[in-house]
Design a protein around this ligand. Sequence first.
Ligand code: ADP
Ligand code: MG
Length: 242
Amino acid sequence: MALLRCRGLRKEFGGHVVLDQLDLTVAEHQVVALIGASGSGKSTLLRCVNLLDDLDDGTIELDGEDISDPRVDPDRVRRRIGMVFQAYNLFPHLSVLDNITLAPRRVHGRGRAEAEAQARELLDRVGLGAKADAYPDRLSGGQQQRVAIVRALANSPRLMLLDEVTSALDPELVGEVLAMIRDLKADGMTMVLATHEMGFAREVADEVCFLDAGRVVESGPPEQVLGEPTQPRTRQFLRRII
Ligand code: ADP
Ligand code: MG
């Protein structure tokens, strides 16, 4: 069954069409990689799915519910979605533990002890247990980004949206974040990730979608889209970046 189904998405910014009749279906436990040049609409698509941007047309269903219906409470939807951005957005004045437990306590109404126990367990699992009481500026970029992913996971999301989560990292720190995403896939997490890491997309994605000017130009298994693209625009893009 489809966990996420986007149909005919259209988004304009000041007359400039950024998403154009875009369809995307993501099955439960599936990992979809969005690739495409800067400006092709990857971030806008992820933001629309998380209801951070309004659509101009189209529908988005999550778990069979039309979440693009204007009567839907966006906060209720966002509790089911974990989103992580390119630049780690940890709160600098909060410890790692408080960064992670803030939403579970405030939004989900969990008690402090329960939220902290869950956060410590998640941190232990990714090898950051010793950092629970540290402040973000004491962590490397890779560690901060892993904490940001843990924070998104603390809400027990049905779907994770990852927007170029390794792009701001020094090359030697990329691997630890990719390893964490690999583990999430092994745990069966459904994910849509925008990435410039073609090798990683090939390895981790069940499906790769190539976006150009707000349209899905080509999608399919990574070996096909990245290895034997059928569309000239995809070939052109891959030639440029490899
Ligand atoms: P990508 O993530 O693939 O690089 P984006 O979704 O960020 O692409 O951007 C797609 C297009 O939408 C770009 O032309 C960008 O300039 C434009 N855009 C994105 N957000 C806004 C905004 N808030 N206001 C105006 N234009 C925007
Ligand atoms: Mg982007």
